[in-house]
Design a protein around this ligand. Structure first.
Ligand code: SF4
Length: 251
């Protein structure tokens, strides 16, 4: 029997990107993926340009996605909420609760800048994500550069900067194997100095994935001309993390 999944009505219907099935987005699980538009950051290397700027033209109503998920709930094990930044969505708690009611797991991908919202979700078992992937983009010094490059971030909004990300990291420390840290290896932002500075903040048992920056559809088109790091360099960072007692991994 259908549960008639529906979210509280809002003046503007929420439109999202949607992938019915993915083997790549939820570790060891078959999952559907919901991509939210909008982000409070403007990382110049971001490859989700259309989503961040709300210019994607292949969006579906969120209610429609939920109906599809409900009909296919025996074919997937979970739903990944990604973006953009999913925690900017006012309906995020209700959405997670409804997905859980379908008997599905929820993975949340977040840039970590909204620790208060994350804390609210974690407090309630109905809305607590089953797996969280948190971005750790660079060290404190260069997070400030990133904030300055983000038109959305106003001076004094500390929760959008490094302190907020660290609060999120601390909140998630208890998640253990249900939590991963992700760092995109980006020229001038993520290097040996970043790994050495950040290692003390990443829990020892938490997987810390390093992924090469991929030019081609960057938010700032000038970044499309920047060469990505090679595999040897990613591996060198992985080994450095391991040397510092962290669970570094290449993705
Ligand atoms: S990389 Fe992530 S945090 Fe940065 S702008 Fe893109 S979606 Fe937002």
């Amino acid at each position: 029997m259908m549960n008639n999944v529906s979210l509280p009505s809002s003046s503007e219907p929420i439109r999202v990107g949607f992938r019915k099935t993915s083997l790549l987005d939820y570790p060891a699980r078959l999952a559907s993926v919901i991509f939210f538009t909008g982000c409070n950051f403007r990382c110049p290397w971001c490859h989700n340009r259309e989503l961040v700027l709300g210019e994607a033209d292949d969006l579906l109503a969120l209610d429609e996605c939920l109906s599809i998920i409900e009909k296919r709930k025996h074919l997937v094990q979970g739903v990944v909420l990604t973006g953009g930044e999913p925690l900017l969505q006012g309906i995020i708690s209700e959405l997670i609760a409804q997905i859980h009611e379908l008997g599905l797991l929820v993975k949340l991908d977040t840039n970590g800048s909204l620790p208060e919202k994350l804390a609210t979700l974690i407090e309630d078992p109905r809305t607590r994500p089953d797996y969280v992937a948190l971005d750790l983009k660079t060290d404190a010094r260069r997070y400030n550069d990133l904030a300055l490059a983000s038109a959305q971030i106003k001076a004094g909004q500390m929760s959008l900067c490094f302190a907020g990300v660290i609060q999120s990291l601390e909140l998630l420390a208890g998640f253990r194997e249900q939590f991963e840290v992700r760092s995109v290896v980006v020229p001038d932002y993520f290097d040996e100095e970043a790994v050495e500075t950040l290692a003390a903040l990443v829990p020892e048992e938490t997987p810390w994935y390093f992924t090469a920056f991929a030019p081609g559809n960057c938010l700032d088109s000038r970044w499309n001309d920047i060469l990505p790091p090679d595999t040897d360099y990613i591996d060198a960072l992985v080994h450095l993390a391991e040397k510092l007692g962290r669970k570094g991994l290449r993705r």
